[in-house]
Design a protein around this ligand. Sequence first.
Ligand code: HPA
Length: 277
Amino acid sequence: MLGVIGGSGLYSFEGLKVEEEIDIDTPFGKPSSPVVIGRIGEVRVAFLARHGRDHSFPPHLVPYRANLWALREVGVDRVLAVSAVGGIDKKLSSGDFFIPDSFLDFTKGRESTFYEGRFSKKGKGNDKVAELLNKGKVVHVDMTEPYCPEMRKLLSEILSRRGLPYKEGGVYACTEGPRFETTAEIRMLERLGASVVGMTGVPEVVLARELTMCYASLCVVANPAAGISGRKLTSEEVIDMMKKREDEIKEVISELVRILPEERSCGCWRILEGAEV
Ligand code: HPA
């Protein structure tokens, strides 16, 4: 099942015919919102609001592990994450969509793994994830290609068919937040090859991959990153842009749900092969 993690400005999903709302507790506490399960057309989809329905979880305090664990519990094997970002690449304008193919991690001390060796929480089920957790294995997961190539390709095709401005491929730099960056930090990130900057993409993508889920990120450029326009940055402009793009985001998700093949043809589900010590 596809799980959608809604970011700033996307706290619910009206296109979803709700069937269940599950209040899940995990070994990492409660997720930031109940998991809503419903149907888009005939297809079952799960939805979770990353910052909570009332946007009360700042980026550095989002319970990322609880969120991904909860999605696994309800049967999610693919995640589409929607996020607002600041544009660093000069070719990106506000309102453009962006689909990253790699990331740079500038977060500080977030809990970013399920695999804590002898300290791991016990996993349910009889798959590789549960086996590694229950045996207390140390695991180094491959991050060569963090974002699912199959989902990225489908998202690009949808955006292109709909004539929406987008860029597929490029680097998402994740900062700790909750403050915006300095001009110097953005200059540094630009030199390091970042196309966009956000505060929530990591460790979310890493945790999904550790659970063998496919993960793709549908970013919306909400503002030019700090120092690029010369203007001060505000949360208001970020939320305004996400609201402006809300209908398109939902249309893209609905189409993705319609065309995603049931079988995963990417290698994401095999990511744990050879990962344990
Ligand atoms: N920086 C970090 N995160 C963001 C930004 C930004 O400029 N815009 C939206 N999310």
